[in-house]
Design a protein around this ligand. Structure first.
Ligand code: NOJ
Length: 571
């Protein structure tokens, strides 16, 4: 990563391949004894994942902050929506400097979110509904309040000294090298007790673990075992790019210019994406495989070669490296999406599609034109829920929640928003409370929520949208239902169509003699397309799901502005 602004609007140059992508998946990644279909696919290849930012989802004890019992209370909603796995952003004990991404105990629940008993209840209730639980594993760093770090900083000879990265400065007041923190300023903090600097890629309250120390590896691998035994089905691995640093601490090159936080722009070649990362991922995967579990990675990949490295040679690392490709396409461009889809489909592992998360501006705003935002939200659902791969949704996306950034610096909760104000307003805007209904605080809590509820809760909320057959929520439900029941959508090849069309992105998903056509109008005017389906070996086309004024007549599909048509093909 190269700066928070870059994290929020990253651009990728992608190696492009026009391809007709197969549904096959390299044999090494498959375990036939745990396959869920004849293709040897594993449960996580059929599952729809849903990210929950626990502070903001549902507040059961009315203290203004969401909690685990709140999530449990909403499991029926998630099941009905069509979610098979929930990834919960960190809910472990934490001083909350980075809202949980600063963990002070990996094997417990922060009291603000509940107790281990609440977690067990959530796990058992989720299991009853066939929903898997995925936890967020902060592997790169701990909190500076973690007992390991407190011991580490207590003396140069303490038991845990070498669990973190301590170095002498270059001279009086001079950090060991020029590395800057993702969140601003030097990545080194001087500790007057032991007169050395410790390294922190993120906030100073998030010291980096020393993964070159085998004791760190053992302790962290054991954390995953501990949670697997408690019923967890996998982890989202936080910031894996940053696990290792050059042992000689070479300065990063500075090509010139400053980032949004005022630091010199750096090419982080000596402290990100070091090859040793892959040894750790292989180790974590071995443990995950013992529990038929999945590893999702926060992986900032620039091209397919990099993405492939995260799958691992022989697919023995991450099953779902979140490629972030879609999070970087910020305009509705069929050509751009075609390129990204083809590229991901040409990779050596199973694709993962993400359009929003807790660090980036929501897809509703990135693609919305200010007039047709709801139609465009449906369009995006029609796209990433029908592709070959695993989608990871973000809470609120299904009701068209918008990013609502703070308007005054004093309101900002995310520290990086205070450092970077006004250029970088931080990530509060995409973390606002879930909009459940029209009542006070959108039904999230009866107390004042930790972040303000966006005014759109009056028009975009679960209760109202559940009653409206044309709402964003109803469209999500329809498409998600199809995804779970249609074999072409589950297992089919991706076949791009009409690749020079500048307005409509269309493709087939084909499995054996089953076919599904997906047509997505990315323009503000009506479009009519003749698909000549006989050339693809199909005769007739019937609607499976479509936006209000989109339809098919023979093999001519009419799409309203930003309309979606998904149809079943027959031979
Ligand atoms: C990535 C997480 O998604 C982000 O929210 C967090 O601030 C950093 N990693 C540091 O853990």
């Amino acid at each position: 990563m190269s700066g928070v602004t870059a994290m929020r609007c990253k651009w990728f140059s992608v190696v492009l391949f026009a391809c007709l992508c197969g549904a096959s998946f390299p044999a090494a990644a498959q375990n036939s004894s745990t396959a869920v279909d004849a293709e040897g696919h594993q449960w996580w290849q059929h599952a729809v994942f849903y990210e929950i930012y626990p502070r903001s989802f549902a507040d059961s004890n009315n203290d203004g902050i969401g909690d685990l019992n709140g999530i449990t209370a909403k499991l029926d909603y998630l099941k009905d929506l069509g979610v098979d796995a929930i990834w919960i952003s960190p809910c472990f004990p934490s001083p909350q400097v980075d809202f949980g991404y600063d963990v002070s105990d990996y094997e417990n629940i922060d009291p603000m979110y509940g107790t281990l008993a609440d977690f067990d209840k959530l796990a058992s209730e989720a299991k009853q509904r066939g929903i898997h639980l995925i936890l967020d594993f902060v592997v790169n760093h701990t909190s500076d309040q973690h007992p390991w770090f407190l011991d580490s900083k207590s003396s140069r000879t303490s038991e845990h000294r070498d669990w973190y990265i301590w170095r002498d400065g270059r001279g009086a007041g001079q950090p060991p090298n020029n590395w800057t923190s993702e969140f601003g300023g030097s990545a080194w903090k001087y500790d007057p007790t032991t007169k050395q600097y410790y390294y922190h890629y993120f906030y100073a309250a998030q010291p980096d673990l020393n993964w070159r120390n085998p004791q760190v590896e053992t302790a962290m691998f054991d954390v995953t075992r501990w949670w697997y035994k408690r019923g967890v089905s996998g982890f989202r691995l936080d910031a894996v790019d940053t696990l290792f640093e050059d042992p000689n601490l070479k300065d990063n090159p500075e090509p010139g210019g400053k980032n949004a936080l005022g630091d010199p722009i750096q090419k982080r070649i000596y402290n990100t994406k070091l090859p040793e990362v892959h040894d750790v991922l292989r180790g974590l995967r071995k443990v995950a495989d013992e529990y038929n579990s999945v590893l999702i990675g926060e992986t900032w990949t620039h091209d397919i070669a990099e993405l492939n490295r995260y799958y691992g040679v022989g697919n023995d690392e991450l099953q779902l490296p979140m490629d972030f490709l879609f999070t970087t396409v910020n305009k509705l461009s069929p050509a751009e999406f075609r390129k990204q889809i083809a590229a991901v489909n040409s990779a050596s592992g199973w694709p993962t599609f993400v359009i929003s998360n807790h660090d980036i501006v929501r897809s509703y705003d990135r693609y919305g034109d200010g007039r047709h935002n709801d139609q465009i939200a449906k369009l995006m659902a029609g796209l990433y829920l029908t592709l070959r791969g695993t989608p990871i949704m973000y809470y609120g996306e299904e009701i068209g929640m918008k990013t609502t950034p703070p308007t005054r610096k004093e309101e900002v909760q995310d520290p990086v928003g205070r450092t970077g104000w006004p250029k970088e307003k931080g990530r509060d805007g995409e973390r606002t409370p879930m909009q459940w209904n029209e009542s006070v605080n959108a039904g999230f809590s009866s107390a004042k929520p930790w972040l303000p509820v966006p005014p759109t809760y009056k028009t975009h909320n679960v209760a109202d949208e559940s009653k409206d057959p044309n709402s964003v929520l109803s469209f999500y439900k329809t498409v998600l239902k199809l995804r779970h029941t249609n074999s072409a959508l589950l297992d089919g090849n991706y076949v791009p169509l009409n690749e020079s069309d500048e307005n409509v992105l269309s493709y087939l998903r084909v499995y054996k003699d089953q076919g599904v056509l997906v047509a997505l109008n990315m323009s503000p005017s009506e479009k009519k397309i003749s698909f000549e389906l006989s050339k693809q070996g199909f005769r007739s086309l019937t609607a499976l799901a479509a936006t209000e004024k989109s339809s098919a007549d023979g093999d001519v599909v009419t799409l309203e502005p930003f309309g979606v048509f998904i149809g079943q093909l027959s031979k």
